[in-house]
Design a binder for this molecule. Structure first.
Ligand code: NAI
Ligand code: MG
Length: 356
């Protein structure tokens, strides 16, 4: 099987870590039956300065028409408002209907508080439909603003189904040698339906229903938790979570909070996923403070590459990459400076390629 992958390094350290993603794909053993082809694509602030578009139409067309998946580095946002500039990854999610944002957060098993969870965030609706308005009414003391929180059964159902499928796949990755603290698949549905009985209530009941489907029932355990008490437990007892599914806003907050539990942004991957398409994206930004020094941690990108493969149906290849990364972290001999080590980006990549 041939997979064509679009490479969008973007700005800053994106250009140092995305090549590592390409190299690990090229290093996968041919016995897995996968062949990769690559297309270099432009997006980001520098692209905006050169061409006037942060996300050129050509990039979107090639992704749509020629690629099976993509790797996206990071883009710098200008510190002041720049006319005509808007975030290319936000636009990509819309244009390719990437309705889920998936963020695994994992430490080594030997950590003082080992964690191995994945947050599955609905990415198209909720408060982020951006239907806001500012009004004026003496009843509210003058000026006030309001925003629509839109939750549909369709979007809630497909995101919960994806969470269930991820829970099953994680079980099968464990069977394929990927280390984990979990033994049985668990999906936690998070919401605030005690207050928002209609919107979050719909999310909750639809997610419950989707996860009661025959392929999950009996295998995937399902529980639910109110989002505020979830934050408390996430910090106190993060090992209790396997897969978390959340509406857009709670998912955004939970996924950044969870990333803080593992020590470095340089470890945390993500994927933007739609029907038959996935973009792997490290969760960190362009890190101008360390760019050009060959010290950026490539692991977030390598894990994002594996995550992308999971959604392209190349689970065994993904398992190999996860295991190689875990091996590097567990041994702890060649770590980048963000993890307290002295290794360069190149040395970390080479160690992981060797393990692969
Ligand atoms: P950042 O994630 O770029 O950096 C935060 C801190 O973490 C810095 O000290 C950086 O050196 C460190 N860090 C990040 N990734 C690392 C890695 N792989 N290895 C080692 N250390 C790493 O966030 P910051 O500084 O707030 O933003 C910098 C630029 O990136 C801004 O222009 C911002 O808008 C953009 N950004 C882009 C994102 C994206 O493209 N998805 C996400 C977050 C920020
Ligand atoms: Mg965020």
């Amino acid at each position: 099987r041939v997979l064509r992958i679009g490479l969008i390094p973007g700005d800053g350290i994106g250009r140092e870590v995305i090549p590592a993603g390409r190299r690990i794909l090229e290093a996968l053993p041919s016995s897995l039956g996968l062949k990769f082809e690559f297309t270099d694509l432009q997006a980001g602030f520098e692209t905006f300065e050169k061409t006037g578009a942060a996300l050129p139409d050509k990039t979107v067309e090639i992704l749509k028409n020629e690629c099976n998946g993509a790797l996206f580095g990071a883009v710098s946002s200008p510190s002041k408002v720049v006319k005509g500039y808007s975030s290319p990854i936000v636009a990509l999610r819309k244009k390719l209907d990437l309705y889920a944002n998936v963020r695994p957060v994992k430490t080594v098993l030997t950590a003082a508080k080992p964690i191995d969870m994945v947050i599955v965030r609905e990415n198209t609706e909720d408060l982020y439909v951006k239907e806001e308005r500012t009004l004026d009414d003496p009843a509210y003391g003058g000026k006030y603003a309001e925003a629509i929180k839109r939750i549909s059964a369709r979007a809630s159902s497909r995101i919960a189904t994806m969470a269930g499928e991820i829970a099953l796949r994680r079980q099968s990755l464990r069977a394929n040698g990927v280390s984990s603290i979990h033994k049985a698949p668990l999906v936690t549905i998070t919401h605030k339906s005690n207050v928002l009985s209609q919107t979050d209530g719909l999310f909750r009941s639809t997610a419950r229903e989707a996860l009661a489907a025959p392929r999950f029932s009996g295998t995937v355990n399902v529980e639910e938790q109110i989002v505020d008490s979830m934050v408390y437990k996430l910090f106190r007892q993060p090992e209790a979570y396997d897969v978390i599914v959340a509406p857009n806003l709670y998912g955004d907050i939970l996924s950044d909070g969870a990333a803080a539990l593992v020590g470095s942004l340089g470890l945390v991957p993500s994927a933007n996923v739609g029907e038959g398409f996935a973009i792997g994206e490290p969760c960190h930004g362009s890190a101008p403070d360390i760019m050009g020094q060959n010290i950026a941690n490539p692991i977030a990108t390598l894990r994002s590459t594996a995550l992308m493969l999971e959604f392209l149906g190349a689970e065994e290849a993904a398992a190999r990459i996860y295991a190689a990364v875990d091996g590097n972290l567990e041994e702890g001999r060649l770590l980048s400076p963000d993890l307290g080590g002295k290794a360069t980006t190149e040395e970390v990549v080479q160690d992981i390629l060797r393990r692969l």
